[in-house]
Design a protein around this ligand. Structure first.
Ligand SMILES: *Cc1c(COP(=O)(O)O)cnc(C)c1O
Length: 356
C-alpha cells in the first residue's frame, strides 16, 4: 500500500535523549507531546522510555490510543477540554490544561460524583492570544480552584507562537512566573509545575536565558522533526530524519509549464500563477491535500521540485532528475510539522515502523 509514512524510532530516540538530557541538566523535565503523530504507539513508547516524565496529546482519542498501547505513564490532555468530553477525559487523562473557571467547576462536579481527584495546569496568556487567563485573573482562578476540592492545580503553563507568533522571551517568562506566584499565594499548597512552553522555548534554554523557576517544557516538534518552525530554524544537535514520506508515481509525461486555456481558480479557489520554463518532464504521485500539506514537503532528490497539489494528486517537476522516473517508482520526501500531522491523521497513508 502506498503512500507510506516511514517511522524510525531509533532516530527519534536520539532526539528524545538529546532534548531530555539538555533539559535535565537545567533542572527541567520534559513532557513528550505526541499529537504530531496522533499518539502513534512506537513514537509514544520511545518518549516514555527515554526520560519524558509525562506524555501529552491534544485529543482524547489519542490518549485512548496511548492506553490501548499499554503505555501507563501519566498523560495530560494538551488542550482545554470541551465540556462534552470531560467524562471521557476523566477516563483517559491524569491532568488537563484549563483556562476557564466554568470548566474547573464542571470538572469538580464530575469528579465529586465519581469520588476521585483530577489535576489541572492553568494556562496563562502572555500575549500570543490563544488560550489562557490574563495575568490579572490569577486570584479569581485560584479562588475557583480552592473552592473545588477534587481539583488539584499542578501548576501553570503558557503557549508561545501558537496563534499570534509571539516568541518566548526573558520578559514574558517573568509574566508567567509572576502569575504562578500570584495563584500560589491564594492556594493552600505549592505549584509543582511551571511549564514554560514548547519547542520554541528550547532556544532560551540553550542561551541560558530561561527563567530559573521554569521547571518543565512540553516538547513535540524538536524531538519528532529536529526543527523549530516558530523560530524558522533546524536545531543543530537534533536529527530531522525520524520520519520520511514515500509516494508512488502514477504519471510521467513531458508537458508545457503554463496551462493552456482560460484560467479560473484551482480546485481550492486560488488563482494559480506559473513561470514559463518551456516543456518539462513532470510526474504525478498518488497523494494530495487530503493526506498532506504539500508546502511542508521537501523532495529528497535534488532534481525534484513540487509544482502543486489537488486533493489526490501531487504534481512534480522531475526534469532535473539524473534518471527519468517511471510509473510505479516511488519518491521520498522529508516533512515538516503540518505534513506530519496530516499524514498521521490520514487513514489513506500506511505507517511503517522501522527497527534501524
Ligand atoms: C502542540 C503543543 C505543544 C508542543 O509544541 P511543539 O512546538 O510541537 O513542541 C505544547 N503545548 C501545547 C499546549 C500544544 O498545543
Amino acid at each position: 500500500m502506498n503512500p507510506v509514512l516511514h517511522i524510525f524510532p531509533e532516530r527519534l530516540r536520539e532526539n528524545v535523549h538529546a532534548v531530555v538530557e539538555r533539559c535535565r541538566n537545567n533542572g527541567i523535565s520534559v513532557m513528550g507531546v505526541t499529537k504530531g503523530t496522533c499518539a502513534h504507539p512506537a513514537v509514544a513508547r520511545v518518549m516514555a522510555d527515554s526520560g519524558c516524565t509525562w506524555l501529552a496529546d491534544s485529543r482524547v482519542q489519542n490518549l485512548e490510543r496511548l492506553h490501548a498501547a499499554g503505555l501507563d505513564c501519566s498523560v495530560l490532555l494538551l488542550r482545554i477540554p470541551m465540556p462534552s468530553e470531560i467524562p471521557t477525559m476523566l477516563d483517559q487523562a491524569s491532568a488537563a490544561l484549563v483556562s476557564m473557571p466554568e470548566t474547573i467547576s464542571m470538572i469538580e462536579k464530575e469528579c465529586a460524583e465519581r469520588q476521585r481527584a483530577f489535576q489541572i495546569i492553568v494556562m496563562v496568556d502572555i500575549g500570543d492570544l490563544r488560550e489562557g487567563i490574563w495575568p490579572d485573573e490569577a486570584e479569581q482562578i485560584a479562588e475557583r480552584i480552592a473552592a473545588s476540592p477534587h481539583v488539584h492545580c499542578l501548576g501553570v503553563g503558557a503557549n508561545f507562537g501558537c496563534f499570534g507568533g509571539v516568541l518566548p522571551t526573558e520578559a514574558n517568562m517573568i509574566t508567567l512566573v509572576d502569575t504562578a506566584l500570584e495563584i500560589e499565594r491564594h492556594l493552600p499548597y505549592k505549584l509543582e509545575i511551571l511549564s514554560g512552553g514548547a519547542t520554541s522555548s528550547l532556544q532560551l534554554l540553550e542561551e541560558g536565558k530561561l527563567h530559573p523557576r521554569i521547571n518543565q517544557l512540553r516538547i513535540g516538534e524538536a524531538m519528532l522533526l529536529g526543527s523549530d518552525v516558530t523560530r524558522m530554524r533546524t536545531i543543530p544537535y537534533l536529527r530531522s530524519d525520524a520520519f520520511l514520506l514515500e509516494a508512488e508515481i502514477v504519471e510521467v509525461r513531458r508537458k508545457p509549464s503554463i496551462p493552456i486555456g482560460e484560467i479560473g481558480a484551482d480546485a481550492f479557489g486560488h488563482v494559480p500563477h506559473f513561470e514559463d520554463r518551456g516543456k518539462r518532464l513532470r510526474a504525478i504521485v498518488g497523494i494530495g491535500r487530503q493526506d498532506v500539506v504539500p508546502e511542508d514537503l521537501t523532495p529528497v532528490d535534488d532534481g525534484v521540485s513540487i509544482l502543486g497539489a489537488s486533493s489526490d494528486h501531487l504534481t512534480l517537476d522531475v526534469e532535473d532528475m539524473g534518471v527519468a522516473p517511471q510509473v510505479g517508482d516511488t519518491l521520498d520526501f522529508t516533512i515538516d510539522y503540518g505534513a506530519l500531522l496530516a499524514l498521521s491523521t490520514s487513514s489513506y497513508v500506511k505507517k511503517t515502523v522501522h527497527s534501524d
